[in-house]
Design a protein around this ligand. Structure first.
Ligand SMILES: [Zn+2]
Ligand SMILES: [Zn+2]
Length: 121
């Protein structure tokens, strides 16, 4: 691939905003991404901060899903405790609640781990 501005020079990277191939003279290295010098530096900077914010929002959401469903677990424990002597149905319902919560928690945990490795490597 040749530089978009210099047809005789090999491109060493791509702008993160417009995906043009560019040479060392035309690229600006922003640390977390490459950009057209004097053209898309701001856009790429913005893109990076958006990704950064998404990352934070995602881990917060996952945490709140985990916590907001914690009542399921408590409810399950309560039902099992109550139902143990009084009603088999309540007990099974409690076990179901705990089971559901565990599945949810594991699913969240796996997703978060996958998300982290996707972005950190
Ligand atoms: Zn560009
Ligand atoms: Zn160039």
């Amino acid at each position: 691939m040749k530089c978009y501005n210099h047809q005789e020079t090999d491109a060493i990277g791509q702008c993160k905003h417009c995906y043009k191939g560019l040479c060392t003279d035309c690229l600006a290295d922003l640390g977390s991404g490459l950009a057209c010098k004097d053209a898309h530096e701001e856009e790429v900077e913005l893109l990076n901060s958006l990704i950064e914010n998404n990352k934070k929002a995602y881990s917060q959401t996952t945490k709140s899903i985990f916590m907001s469903n914690f009542y399921l677990f408590l409810m399950g424990v309560l039902f099992v405790g109550f139902g143990y002597e009084r009603s088999k149905f309540l007990m099974y319902f409690g076990i179901l609640c705990i089971g559901y919560w565990v599945v949810l928690a594991v699913y969240n945990f796996i997703n978060l781990k996958k998300f982290k490795t996707d972005y950190e490597t």
